[in-house]
Design a binder for this molecule. Sequence first.
Ligand code: SOE
Length: 379
Amino acid sequence: MVGYAFMGRVHSQAWRSVGAFFDLPVKPSMAVLSGRSRANTEAAAESMGWASVETDWKELVKRDDVHLVDICTPGDSHAEIAIAALEAGKHVLCEKPLANTVEEAEAMAAAARAAAARGVRSMVAFNYRRVPAVALARQLVAEGRLGTIRHVRAQYLQDWIVDPEFPLVWRLQKDKAGSGALGDIGAHIIDTAQFILGEHLTGVSAITETFIKERPLADASAGLSAQGGAEMGQVTVDDAAIFTGRFGGGAIASFEATRFATGRKNALRIEVNGSLGSISFDFESLNELWFHDHTLAAEEGGFRRVLVTEAGHPYAGAWWPPGHGLGYENTFTHEVKDFLEAISAGADPTPSFDDGLQVQKVLDAVERSAGDDSRWTTV
Ligand code: SOE
């Protein structure tokens, strides 16, 4: 694994726990963690269960005992690390968004296609696909239970940078993160919506806003709970993005991604309305999917809560008895389980780097539209 901050910790938890809950065709062993500071990387490796450390990811990629590289760094290093690892014959799991630009994502997707021809697999870490309720929503749509899809309403609402004193962490710098709320959390709702529908967005019209233009500088490694100093720096990404879009199958959609929705912590919400029914999901109640069956008599209709914790629900049977529920970290365990199974089966895992590239094209279209008075922009 490369990187050991928030994403590194949650991925490590997944690698540690996956074999205890799923009957896997291969057993992962956590060989090496890479980070720039030896002392900090050693401390992280010790607490998260990695057997050794490297201070240069290029050394990690060369090692014979490494068969899979998990990239948990900011977006500006994804392309270089992923392409080097794929060329060295290592399977690659890469955090989202796939890259900071469409050009980088294109190079990564090309490297992934070439590697797949040699049996080397890659996957982008859109973990919310692996929430059991989200996977169930996709099943219901695929089975036709919602009929023709007409509307998608997707939001990803957080509030962790409302305070103007919150420092200029890497997620607020375009050269490191690519974009702001758009790429960080907007990418998740784009992927989740496309996953549930099994269709792509074809065009968008967008607005973006940066409410706080300057913030105190933070130290380079600062994470989500960082402190700032007296010196100020420029915020170079969006704080919020709102866009409308059209899906290939005819549905029309609205998307909202913001870190300024006071009181909302990790509210990834999606509602889909079809001719035969609707589903509604909110990550802040992740064990629930709300389903309205429009084929019932009007007197019996209405949204019903499905508690997605039954053994027959996606992923749920591997865990606890019905009603005991899962959390954020379990979605990453499902992700690495699916990745290991695909590698062993010689199958292409999803979401692939091509799927990541497609999301990158939507992000790019949103930015182009927002920079051009919300003009309708083809993906
Ligand atoms: C921060 O906004 C963040 O950690 C994202 O980077 C993650 O992708 C999301 O799952 C939770 O919020």
